[in-house]
Design a protein. Structure first.
Length: 321
């Protein structure tokens, strides 16, 4: 006996209008694209097809199915224990950055391989470069400190012909550096993106996960298990999100002429004053805050540039067609 069936909207209106994941999950279509998903699909308490979102394997395969079904990717796998990204939210970041570029370009989104992005912390999943390449034809550099993550990302790129020649992966040799050691003297990036470590410690990361699982009414006892995975460097760093982003802003000043829009995801609203203060100290020429919402969670992108209006016009004229 199922509970009274919920009435769901046909689209997730809080996602970006161009997001291919706005419609409710069509599990039959997803299973057709990725047969691995089939064993995880079940009827929930309301009689709707769904998965157990507290099961890390189910979450991983669902996101794989979304990539195969909605983006025609041929292959996507990540090692056990590495962060499994929620595809709808990652796609929103890419679309909002495309809109930001368009607002600087008379409403037209710059597309094609001459537009280059830098993903700070590309991870084993390589998701931002994948989505930016498949949606807008952009090229990417993906940077990470983790050699295993980079090997996984390289494997994904090598097994998808559509990504060939579009994504360059580089290892960051110094854990204290973000742009140093990655951005080369002659390189120009039209945008940088980053999903910074959220927590300030491993204990805080585990506590956050426990709260999330309780909200899902799952796993009230037994061993704590991340339903989305994640290595330490993906989930936490000393000082948490605020400290990481402050360091990023400070270092970005040294590469003021190398990038049009720097950006980062800010998950915690209470970190915004610290971020704005750091941007003021760094003397950013312009700052944009782009709200995003997925499910019951609200977050935002903070973007900044050091280029003068004249320098931005020159940049657009030379790079954006």
């Amino acid at each position: 006996m199922h509970a009274k069936k919920k009435i769901h909207p046909n689209e997730k209106s809080n996602l970006h209008p161009r997001n291919k994941n706005r419609c409710r999950y069509d599990f039959q279509r997803l299973v057709t694209a990725c047969s691995e998903l089939k064993p995880f699909v079940r009827l929930n308490d309301y009689g709707d097809e769904s998965i157990d979102f507290a099961d890390p394997k189910a979450v991983k395969i669902l996101n794989k199915a979304l990539l195969l079904a909605n983006y025609d990717l041929a292959y996507w796998e990540i090692p056990d224990g590495y962060l499994c990204p929620p595809i709808p939210g990652r796609a929103d970041y890419i679309h909002h950055m495309a809109d930001l570029l368009a607002r600087s370009n008379q409403g037209k989104i710059p597309s094609g391989g001459t537009i280059t992005g830098l993903d700070v912390g590309v991870g084993a999943n390589c998701i931002y470069p994948i989505l930016g390449t498949l949606e807008y034809g952009w090229s990417f550099v993906g940077a990470d400190i983790d050699a295993v993550a980079l090997k996984s990302a390289a494997n994904i790129v090598s097994k998808n012909e559509v990504l060939s020649g579009k994504i360059d992966l580089r290892q960051q040799p110094n854990s204290k550096d973000i742009f140093r050691g990655i951005i080369r003297a002659d390189e120009r990036f039209d945008l940088t993106i980053c999903n910074p470590p959220f927590h300030a410690s491993a204990a805080e990361a585990q506590a956050g996960t426990l709260r999330k699982l309780r909200n899902l009414n799952k796993q009230k006892g037994g061993k704590l298990k991340l339903n989305f995975g994640g290595q330490n460097n993906e989930l936490w760093c000393e000082g948490g999100e605020a400290n990481f982003v402050r360091r990023m802003i400070q270092q970005s000043r040294q590469f003021a002429n190398s990038c049009y829009w720097f950006s980062t995801l800010i998950s915690k609203k209470e970190n915004l004053p610290t971020v704005y203060c750091a941007l003021k100290q760094a003397e950013a020429a312009e700052i944009e805050t782009l709200p995003m919402g997925q499910g019951q969670k609200n977050s935002r992108i903070v973007a900044w540039t050091f280029l003068t209006k004249e320098a931005r016009a020159s940049w657009r004229n030379s790079r954006w067609k």
